[in-house]
Ligand binder design. Structure first.
Ligand code: HEM
Length: 206
């Protein structure tokens, strides 16, 4: 591996683990923090929303933290059983987090534009993840690789959101318009990037 690749891997892993651990802020804070500060008292007291919220952020963090290593050929080939175990954890975590994400998207801050952005992302993440899982059950390796690239590109939206959001908030001079835009900008370019990546690798699922 050349030094540019090493740096890219380090940045990729560092961001995935860093943002993956970020939900712990919600667990260890004595008071409400982050997005909770924009919620009504009624929503914050709602048991179903809380289950959805914590289910989403904790399992989302887990999926993000375990998913990135799966793309290392060396790591995969060193121990295939480990690849399967981590893959199972990723799929289960993505299904729980994505399922919860579907529910809490309906209550997202920023109104219909933000709600639709997160809702679409949740559908897309579940769709790619489940297809990747079914593909490998059918031993279709190319299909599995393609759908996992798309699935993790969607998951990585959690990272890109946290890069875009401060920049957009600065550009708009306010949080809410930035949040509406980021509900889409966090993931649509990632999917386009995944599309280009898949084509460059010469993978095809046709
Ligand atoms: C890829 C599919 C994802 C979807 C559809 C999604 C959707 C959402 C939605 C709807 C909210 C609530 C926003 C609001 O109420 O205004 C939210 C918040 C949050 N999500 Fe996700 N999310 C995804 C991935 C992830 C991942 C992988 C993580 C892992 C770290 C994550 C961590 C969080 C956190 C920590 C919050 C609380 C808001 C904040 O502090 O920024 N999400 N997400």
């Amino acid at each position: 591996m050349n030094s540019t690749n090493k740096v890219a891997w380090f940045v990729f892993g560092f961001l995935a683990i860093g943002v993956g651990l970020y939900p712990l802020i919600y667990i260890f804070s004595a008071d409400h923090v982050g997005i909770q500060l924009s919620k009504s008292a009624a929503l914050l007291a709602n048991v179903a929303w809380n289950l959805g919220f914590y289910g989403h952020i904790l399992f989302g963090g887990l999926a993000l933290m375990v998913g990135w290593v799966q793309f290392s050929k060396r790591f995969r080939e060193a121990n295939f059983k480990r690849h399967r175990t981590i893959g199972g954890i990723y799929v289960a975590a993505a299904v729980v987090s994505g399922g919860c994400g579907l529910g809490i998207a309906l209550f997202a801050t920023g109104g219909i534009v933000a709600q639709l952005g997160f809702l679409t992302l949740a559908v897309v993440w579940l769709y790619f993840t489940l297809n990747a899982f079914w593909a490998i059950k059918k031993r279709d390796l190319d299909m599995h690789r393609v759908y996992m690239i798309y699935s993790y590109a969607a998951c990585f939206g959690a990272v890109t959101l946290r890069i875009w959001l401060p920049l957009l908030t600065l550009a708009f001079g306010a949080f809410l318009p930035a949040y509406r835009v980021v509900a889409w900008l966090a993931w649509v370019p990632n999917i386009i990037f995944a599309y280009i990546w898949v084509r460059r690798k010469g993978l095809n699922i046709g």
